[in-house]
Design a protein. Structure first.
Length: 231
């Protein structure tokens, strides 16, 4: 597995690179946003570790450029730890957010969880229904595409997994804790922000009117479920 590590603090970059190499990852480093984009688009990566405060082009700009063309898992590592920073990062397409200071074991666990989830999409399974349809929305589990009225919608790995969970279980109401545990494959620590942001972003992409959703319905006091959409 090849990781792009974008971090301008050489000490942190070296520490993370050396640790991840011992865990059998190949690590390519970049010290600024411009070189990060150059390296990303000239190679194939399984995951991107991205600091926000980097020179020449900040992390948010780098992530936006990556998301124009690719749904590779992106984990932000940043000293910015406010809810607004996390919401912005997740809203622009990050799959996870780790605040500094951090432990390398936490970073490793997040990397493995995100790569595992992403790899499962590529593997597929013959036991699953290949195409799921709800209203004018369809999800193909063979090529991992989502279409609305025949037009393809670009989703990140986490958005795809949330929608897949709801489409495959149309009668079930999921709490935010259950969604986080199943999609992030990690213990829920009471932070609803990640789930809320991804649900909001997903609604923006698939709903005709995100403020009056028909597909992802809020069950107040409980969580979310798939809407009873009639064709």
């Amino acid at each position: 597995m090849k990781i792009l590590l974008v971090e301008d603090d050489i000490e942190i970059s070296t520490m993370l690179k050396n640790f991840l190499i011992t865990e059998n990852f190949e690590v390519i480093t970049a010290l600024d946003g411009e070189s990060a984009c150059e390296k990303f688009f000239s190679d194939n990566f399984s995951l991107v570790l991205l600091d926000l405060m980097i020179p020449k082009m900040n992390g948010m700009e780098v992530m936006s450029k990556i998301r124009e063309h690719n749904t590779v898992p992106i984990i932000i590592i940043s000293a910015k730890d406010t809810d607004s920073d996390k919401t912005l990062g997740l809203g622009l397409g990050a799959d996870d957010y780790i605040t500094k200071p951090f432990s390398v074991t936490e970073v490793l666990a997040r990397i493995k969880a995100n790569i595992r989830r992403s790899t499962q999409y590529a593997m597929g399974t013959s036991m699953e229904q290949s195409v799921i349809t709800q209203g004018v929305l369809s999800m193909n589990l063979n090529d991992y595409s989502v279409k609305k009225n025949g037009k393809e919608i670009e989703l990140t790995a986490k958005e795809f997994e949330i929608l897949k969970l709801l489409l495959q279980n149309p009668k079930k109401v999921y709490t935010k804790e259950q969604i986080y545990s199943l999609v992030w494959n990690d213990a829920y620590l009471g932070d609803e922000n990640a789930v809320n942001v991804h649900i909001s972003r997903l609604r923006t992409k698939i709903e005709d009117n995100p403020r009056d959703p028909q597909y992802i319905i809020t069950v107040w006091g409980i969580g979310y479920k798939l809407g009873d959409f009639k064709e």
